[in-house]
Structures are given as C-alpha cells and as structure tokens.
Design a protein around this ligand. Structure first.
Ligand SMILES: Nc1ncnc2c1ncn2[C@@H]1O[C@H](COP(=O)(O)OP(=O)(O)OP(=O)(O)O)[C@@H](O)[C@H]1O
Length: 624
C-alpha cells in the first residue's frame, strides 16, 4: 500500500495516509463486503419509499376533505398512513441491522490489518515514533473508526437515501416546489466551510492526544526514575504543556461545530417557508391542489431529520476519517517508496525476495533453513536522525564469513552498537550497503530478515500468556517437542518443572520468571527462529555475575553453527573469537586474529595489555 504522508507528520512520527489513500482504503473495505453494502442500500431505499407515503397521503386527506369526501375515505387514507409508517419502521430496522453487521465485519478487518501492519513495523520505526503514538492509534483511533463504521455508516446511508427520496417526491409534486429545497444552500455553504477545516483540525486533535498519551505512558513507565532523580516537576510541566495543546486543538474543533450547527438549524426553515409561499401562489393559480402544497411543506420539513443525521454524523465521519487515515498510515512509508509489510504466507513466513545471492549461497525459500550467507558492509555511513547530523559510522568496510565468530571491540561511542543495528537491518545506512548472503538487508521484508539475522541484546521481554505463546511468537505453529527442545538447548531446565508445563501462564498472577529465565525464554525464541547470523550486543552486560554465567552457558548453545558478531565487553570474548575488529570513531581500524593483532602492537594490543594490567589505563574508556 502506497500513500503520500500528510504533510504534518513530524520527523520520525508514524505516517498518516493521504485523503486519497484513505478513500481508497475505505473503498476496498466496501468492496470486500459489497453484497452486504448493496443490500443495506436497497433496504434503505425501500424504507425511504415507504416513508414518503405519510406526507403524500396527508395531502390526499386534505384534498378529500376539501372536496367533501366522507369520514370513511379519510379513515382508509389514515390506515394507509399507519401501514406505510410500520413498513418504513420494519424496513429501516432491517436496513440498520444489515448495516451494523457490515460495520462490524469491516471493523474486524481494520483491526486485523492494523495489528498485522503494526507487528510488521521495523523496530527502528517504532523507536523513532514512540510507542505512545502507536498506542493511541491502536486504541483511541481504532475506537473512533469503530464508532464510525458501526453507527455512522448505516445511519448516514439511511439519511442520504431518505433525503434523496424526499427531494424527488417534492419535485414530482411540482418542480417549483422541489426548487424550494434550494433554500438549503446556506446549509451547504456552512458544511463546506466546516469540511475544509475539519480534517486538519481533527488530525491535529488526534496528534495532540497521541503526544499526551506518549508522555503520560513514558512518565508512568519510568515513575521510579522520575522519583529518584526529582524529575516530577519537569514531567508535570511537560504534561501541562501537552494538555494545553490538547485543549487548544479541542477548542478549535468545538469552534467549528459552534458555527456549523446554528447556521444549519436556520437553513431548515427556509425551504418550508418558500414552499408555503410558492405553493400558495401556485394553488391560487390552480396549478397544484391544496393537498399538494401541504404534502410539499411536510416533505420539506421532514428533510431536517436526515440532514440532521448527516450533519451530526458528518462530525463523526470527519473524526472517523482522520482516525482511519492515522490507522491506515501505520506500516506505510512516509515517501511511499520504502519497504511495505509483507503478507504472510500460510505458514506465517513471508515470501522471501526472489533473487540469487551474489556469493552463490542458496537463496531463501519459504520453509527452507535460513541461509548461512556471508554478511558484508561496504562503505557504510550512518548518522542518527536528529543527532545534529554527526556521522556515527564513517565508511565501514567489513566481511564476515559464514560460520565465523567476530568480536567487535573499541572505545565507548565508537559506533559498535550502531554497526550491530545496521548489520541486523534495524537501521538502514545513509550511504553504502549491508548485504546478507548477497541480498541488501534494506530490501528484505522484516520477517524474512529476522529469519536470517537476529540481534540479541540485554533487552528481553516476557509477554502475557503461556510459555507456549511466548515461544511460538518466533515460530508460529511449532510443535511442543520443538518448543521443549529449544528450552533444553538454552538450559531452561526450570521450564520442565512448571506446574502446567508449556501451558503455564507467565506474568502477574502466574509464574514470574527472573532475569536469567526471561533471557533464556528470549534465547529459546532465537533457537526457534533459527537465524543464520547472530549479533550480540551487551546480551549479558547488565546481569549479575551468577545470572550472566548461566545466560552465557545458554548463549553458547544458541551460537552453535551460526555466524556470530559480538560486541565484546570482556577481552576474553575477543581472544576466543576467530577474528577481532577494532572500531574507532566510526571506522574499522584493525581487523585480524587475536594473535596477529597483539603481534602488530596497535590499538588492540594496547587494549589487551591494559586488560592484563601490563600498561596504564588508556585515556578514553574502553569496552574491556
Ligand atoms: N539513538 C541515538 N540517537 C542519537 N545518537 C545516538 C543514538 N544512539 C547512539 N548515538 C550516538 O552514536 C554514537 C555511537 O554510539 P554507539 O552506541 O553505537 O557506540 P558504542 O561503540 O556501541 O558505545 P557503547 O559501547 O558505549 O554503547 C555515540 O556518540 C552515541 O552518542
């Protein structure tokens, strides 16, 4: 899906679908349930047709009485009015029922699509946008779309059909009486004025709510840090500013409504007054009967009901359309040219890129083992967005062979973690290329990429749900035997002793794994995902020594048979690696085996001597 982002999307924020793309997405939703939509419209048309009987029969009653007709004739006409009204009620109710069901199905599709696209978002996109925006789109915006689809769409379709039928009926009575509906032109101007401003205003309101949600979520998540560092006043001040922006955005939408509604209310009376005036003249000229004038006035008076619905729902439709644009925008690229989420195949694995790797290794194929191809960085340059434009990586050249273990060492801030993120495809280089098995990582769909490269950090997350749920995230549909094998591979013996085995619930109210156990669960997921290349960055850095030892043992099992690039904090890791790359100021300055680099007497040799206590501490802190 390609969209042009709304111009307002700030740098790093998730894109918002353009008006055109929003309309297209709505069209797709309607087409997918086209029969139900057509049935809803047909039933509405029948209900509106039945509704015309009342005013028309009222006119007939007036004419009958005027012509001296008896009470029996009036009774018959009155009975027909009752029949018409009941018919309208029943058909209208059925039309709404069909409409609500259509709305619910469409909403389910919107929700499923949103979840799919949100889950397929590259982590870097979520990091830059902030989880508040994504949360607000997944909650407030989806709820707004829900209200629109469930209530507004059926109501609006009823109202549109009713209004058209009423106008048609008056015009049939006499074209001049139909022309009296032009008195509603003031209403049209007011609505146009409103609609021109409403999309922008509602988008701003949604963005302000997202910002506030993100700020409050971050403050709540970091409550202890806020308390510890005495940041409460600063956070409260930021929250006050965000609330003020919300208030201003809300006031703007309120102002738009406060102009719209009074103008519209006045406009409703104009056609009725015009019909009575013009109708009186026509009647006197003998062109129309008195009953026709009464019918026309009643029909035009009845126009206010569907128009009211339209106006009332217009606001909801506008808010819903803005929310739909924000929901649809998730997972699209701001410039409309970047990678789009890949539709999963039946087994949940996306189709891999159909290209033959340059180094002759087998291309990825659905269900086939991930290729253990070489990973290469050529002339890689990178600067963080919003990082004052300073280059963090300045022309990195690196080739890691299949099955090789490479240790990345160097001073703090040299760019090791950043290079790890680029090699894992989380960030894309500003210049140069990163390829895995000959395929540029930037061109691989996220899920296909994850089958080839995994970045293991000290961050690990236990999801609410069972042990099985937590593991199957990496391999949907994996058999219990595979899950047990993965747990055993990372030394998670504790899992076998859980009361309900793989069905044990994790988290509050269930089993609460400690740091090492959580890390083991996340490593078991890596085993199940079975990527050919692992990038380790501080995987055990924050753990206490005992936990770190347990985790490292688990890690050793995971590394077996894979290409490994490890940001090395302890030089014994570098010593045990096949080769060592020294990184300084965004470049690889030394590359070779431990022995060769020590013999060369360069930066690595100095680090190694420092680690052994043979030399004074270097001036810059190092990762030893
Ligand atoms: N998200 C970010 N936004 C802006 N600048 C960043 C970001 N992350 C890192 N940097 C900057 O990029 C530079 C390289 O950081 P990086 O973390 O890659 O270095 P490192 O060698 O891994 O250091 P360390 O071992 O201390 O993490 C540093 O100057 C850092 O301040």
């Amino acid at each position: 899906m390609t969209t042009a982002a709304a111009p307002s999307a700030p740098d790093g924020a998730l894109p918002v679908a353009s008006a055109r793309e929003t309309r297209r997405a709505a069209g797709r939703l309607i087409r997918r349930d086209g029969r139900a939509f057509a049935l809803m419209l047909a039933l509405n048309a029948l209900a509106a047709g039945a509704g015309l009987a009342g005013p028309w029969l009222l006119g007939r009653i007036v004419d009958t009485v005027r012509d001296g007709g008896g009470a029996a004739a009036v009774d018959r006409l009155t009975l027909l009015i009752v029949v018409g009204t009941v018919l309208q009620l029943l058909l209208g109710r059925f039309a709404r029922y069909v409409g609500h069901r259509f709305g619910e199905r469409a909403l389910a599709r919107v929700r499923e699509g949103f979840v799919d696209r949100a889950l397929a978002l590259p982590p870097a996109v979520v990091e830059r946008a902030g989880t508040g925006d994504l949360t607000a789109r997944g909650t407030t915006d989806v709820a707004s779309v829900a209200g629109t689809l469930r209530d507004a769409t059926p109501e609006v379709s009823v109202a549109v059909v009713q209004a058209l039928f009423l106008l048609g009926a008056v015009t049939v009575l006499h074209p001049l009486l139909g022309a009296c509906a032009l008195g509603l032109v003031g209403c049209g101007f007011a609505v146009r004025w409103y609609l021109r401003r409403a999309r922008r205003a509602y988008l701003d309101e949604g963005a302000a709510v997202s910002e506030l949600a993100g700020l409050l979520a971050a403050t709540a998540a970091g409550a202890r840090t806020v308390d510890l560092l005495g940041l409460a006043e600063r956070r409260a001040s930021a929250a006050r500013q965000a609330i003020e922006r919300c208030r201003r955005a809300r006031l703007r939408t309120l102002f738009l409504r406060s102009v719209l509604f009074p103008v519209v209310d006045f406009s409703y009376t104009v056609p009725v007054a015009a019909a009575l005036t013009a109708g009186g003249a026509l009647h006197q000229a003998g062109v129309v009967s008195l009953g026709a004038v009464v019918s026309a006035a009643v029909l035009l008076g009845q126009l206010s009901a569907p128009l009211d619905t339209l106006l009332f729902r217009t606001e909801q439709l506008q808010a819903g359309a803005a929310a739909f644009a924000r929901v649809t925008g998730v997972g699209t690229e701001p410039d409309g040219s970047g990678p789009q989420p890949t539709a999963p195949q039946a087994d949940g694995v996306p189709a891999p890129a159909a290209a033959v790797p340059a180094d002759g290794t087998e291309p990825a194929a659905a269900g086939a083992p991930a290729p253990r191809g070489r990973i290469e960085a050529r002339g890689v340059r990178y600067a963080y967005p919003g990082g004052a434009g300073d280059e963090v990586l300045r022309g990195v050249e690196l080739t890691v062979r299949p099955g090789e273990r490479l240790a990345l060492v160097g001073p703090s801030g040299a760019g090791k973690s950043t290079l790890g993120r680029l090699l894992a495809g989380i960030e894309a280089p500003r210049a140069g290329t990163v390829t895995v098995g000959g395929l540029p990582v930037a061109a691989l769909p996220p899920r296909a990429l994850r089958r080839q490269v995994a970045l293991v950090t000290q961050e690990h997350h236990v999801f609410l749900g069972t042990v099985r749920d937590n593991l199957r995230i990496a391999a949907p549909g994996a058999a219990d035997t595979a899950l047990h094998a993965a747990l055993a591979a990372v030394g998670a013996d504790w899992a076998a002793a859980l009361p309900s085995g793989l069905a044990t619930e994790l988290g509050p109210g269930g089993f609460r794994p400690d740091g090492a156990q959580s890390q083991q669960l996340s490593l078991a997921r890596v085993v199940l995902a079975d990527p050919g290349i692992l990038i380790l960055d501080e995987a055990t850095a924050l753990l206490d020594p005992r936990t770190a030892r347990r985790t490292e043992r688990a890690l050793a099992a995971v590394l077996e048979g894979r290409t490994v690039i490890a940001v090395a904090h302890r030089l014994h890791t570098a010593h045990d690696a096949d080769r060592v790359a020294v990184m300084e100021a965004g470049r690889i300055t030394e590359l070779g085996t431990h022995d060769a680099l020590v013999a060369a007497g360069g930066a690595y040799a100095a680090l190694w001597r420092t680690w052994h206590g043979d030399a004074p501490e270097p001036e810059r802190p190092t990762e030893v």
